[in-house]
Design a protein around this ligand. Structure first.
Ligand code: NAP
Length: 202
């Protein structure tokens, strides 16, 4: 049975993007530093050689991808990156975009997109059916937080970049006041990043 996993890069102070995110700078001011670990090594990912990683980061990155059968993102991210031009860097994995309204036009080359207008629970159900036993990856803050609140999330894979952004889009500012117990499954001291893998406890 596949898991629902948040996989995201964050700053030490908990931001997934810096301020003023826009199409010219989708990760906001200074936010590219969150993804430095994906592009600053000598080893190309075997899934897409645009990613150049250190050996230890490549092990982490490449190991997860074959287990992902579908991804869910929010509409802001889809729009900020212009729908990845129709081809998400992780090719062949269908993407469910949660939105209030389907876009009139969009490109679809190596990635198939499904626009889900009836909420996160529906997105999870559809993504799980498509993933067919593999994991469902959650890729954005608003969707992650709704999943946490609703109890849909099984694991968090947080890649902590060595930067304090100070402002921007926070990962954990909309999860209410209930405490959430975590089990630490793995800590990996990557180069230019620390990988933290947590299981959410019931
Ligand atoms: N650090 C990383 O690894 C990483 C990865 C991905 C993205 N990011 C960054 O994260 C930021 C975007 O994240 P975000 O959390 O602000 O936004 P998001 O999750 O990408 O999108 C939020 C939007 O999704 C739609 N949506 C969300 N929940 C919905 C629901 N229940 N029903 C209907 N529509 C719903 C709404 O759009 P509509 O009302 O327009 O439909 C909402 O404004 C960007 O700066 C992006 O670059 C960072």
């Amino acid at each position: 049975m596949g898991k629902v996993i948040l996989d995201i890069s964050i700053s030490v102070d908990g931001f997934v993007a810096g301020p003023d995110d826009q199409q010219q700078q989708p990760l906001g001011k200074g936010g590219d530093a969150l993804h430095d670990w994906l592009f600053s090594g000598d080893y190309p990912s075997r899934h897409n050689d645009m990613f150049k990683l250190s050996r230890i980061n490549k092990d982490i990155f490449d190991r997860e991808i074959p287990n992902v059968g579908a991804m869910i993102v929010g509409r802001r991210t889809f729009d900020l990156v212009n729908g990845w031009g129709g081809s998400h860097p992780i090719q062949g994995v269908p993407i469910f975009v949660v939105t209030h309204e389907e876009p009139e036009t969009y490109l679809e080359h190596h990635t198939s997109f499904t626009f889900v207008t009836d909420g996160v629970e529906s997105a999870i159900q559809q993504a799980k059916a498509t993933a067919n036993g593999k994991n469902v990856g959650i890729g954005t803050a608003s969707i992650a937080q709704q999943c946490i609140k609703a109890g849909f999330l099984d694991e968090m894979h947080l890649h902590i970049a060595p930067i304090i952004l100070g402002s921007g889009i926070r990962l954990f500012d909309q999860i209410g006041e209930d405490q959430i117990q975590l089990e630490s499954k793995r800590v990996v001291d990557g180069s230019n990043v620390v990988h933290l893998i947590y299981r959410l406890l019931d």
